[in-house]
Design a protein around this ligand. Structure first.
Ligand code: PLP
Length: 391
């Protein structure tokens, strides 16, 4: 009788990824090497970008990007409050200040007017986050930043692959950071990439990703490689392994088909939930794509006898995993106490957080899994309805 639990997210790993990793394990070269270089070239080529620097996580990529643009103590970086911890934490690594700003109620993306209002002479960068896989207003953000000599580093952890006004996300900002974490749209277990058109920044990020050693430090162990190397900075250990890169190249090949499956799931959810009345559905915008990394339902005020938390508990009791994206950063103890934020200082993000539930959306879900989520949500909404759905 009892059904197996449907997890909130699962990686989509086939025999091809397993074979690619096994091949690397058998090769004798398992850390940064030829596979990582090949993945960098293929990923950059896929985006039509000049340089991709493969690293151990999106957090590492964001950290290296802030180093490359020259972030210093007491500088300011504009960050949406509705994001994951990493987007702002990497600013704190420099003892600089992440200036948290509010988002739009429609697509949950950073509000361009809020950016403009937050700019000061200390503003060094803006980090737009493409929430759930919908690109931010990049043309407006980049032109605002250009006119004031501010860098734009986009956090595209949710947004591969995706186009914006006919151009790939990864070619819109000064540096774009992607995540290949276990449950992102493509995965290497842990991994990330920093993509840029700027050769100097790419070289700097590569050097800082491997201790601060100049040149391709990994090559010293190749046949004919030289033992001599020079240290130019106190760098980090952020390099990607060849096992991860081998997995990533297979995932890259499958990225479009996995996206197509996520889009089908989003379409099925939209069709099923549109008429329930209790929920606001995720938006899609005509001039940009959607990577469908997340499917966030928002409970409409005054339509259900249960609140968001009870809704999540009911889904959990029915064996369906969910999540919430995100607890706004200004409501976390660290940022609240550091800068004295009140929850209502950034009211749109606070309200979105209180009403949001993220449903499972991943390419491994079967048609029966999708039907099951739809059934449970639909029955819950009917049982908890305070008033009939609007006609
Ligand atoms: C997952 C995520 C990150 C961090 O990615 P890692 O690869 O785990 O470091 C950063 N920003 C956002 C918005 C994310 O969702």
């Amino acid at each position: 009788m009892t059904q197996e639990r449907l997890p909130f997210a699962l990686p989509d790993i086939t025999e091809a990824e397993i074979a690619a990793v096994v091949e690397v394990l058998r090769s004798g070269w398992i850390t940064t090497g030829p596979r990582t270089k090949e993945f960098e070239q293929r990923f950059a080529a896929r985006l039509g970008a000049a340089h991709a620097v493969m690293v151990g996580s999106c957090t590492a990529a964001l950290h290296l990007a802030m180093d490359a643009i020259g972030l210093k103590e007491d500088d300011e970086v504009i960050v949406p409050t509705l994001t994951f911890a990493a987007t702002a934490n990497i600013v704190r690594y420099f003892r600089a200040r992440p200036v948290l700003v509010d988002v739009r109620a429609t697509d949950h993306n950073i509000d361009v007017e809020a950016i403009e209002a937050a700019i000061t002479p200390r503003t060094k960068a803006i980090i737009p986050v493409h929430f759930a896989g919908v690109p931010c207003d990049m043309d407006e953000i980049v032109s605002l930043a250009r006119s004031r000599r501010i860098a734009v580093v986009d956090d595209a952890a949710h947004c591969f692959p995706c186009d914006y006004r006919g151009r790939p996300v990864g070619t819109l900002a000064d540096i774009t950071c992607f995540s290949f974490y276990a449950i992102k749209t493509i995965t290497t277990g842990e991994g990330g990439a920093a993509v840029t058109a700027n050769a100097e920044w790419a070289d700097r990020m590569r050097m800082m990703s491997l201790h601060g050693i100049a040149g391709a430090a990994w090559k010293r162990y190749l046949a004919g490689g030289r033992w001599y190397y020079e240290l130019h900075e106190a760098g980090f250990k952020y390099n990607m392994t060849d096992t991860a890169a081998a997995m990533g190249m297979v995932q890259l090949e499958r990225a479009s088909s996995m996206l197509a499956r996520r889009r089908e799931i989003a379409d099925a959810y939209d069709a099923a939930f549109a008429d329930l009345g209790a929920f606001e559905l995720p938006v899609r915008l005509p001039d940009r794509g959607h990577a469908h990394h997340l499917y966030v339902l928002k409970v409409r005020a005054g339509t259900l006898a249960i609140d968001r938390n009870e809704f999540i508990e009911e889904l959990n009791a029915a064996g369906i995993g969910t999540s919430v994206h995100f607890i706004p950063l200004h409501m976390h103890p660290y940022y609240r106490d550091l800068y004295g934020y009140e929850a209502d200082d950034l009211p749109v993000a606070k309200q979105l957080f209180e009403r949001s539930v993220s449903l499972p959306i991943y390419s491994r879900m079967s048609p029966a899994d999708v039907e099951r989520v739809i059934d449970v949500v639909t029955h819950l909404a009917a049982r908890a309805a305070l008033r009939p759905a609007p006609a």
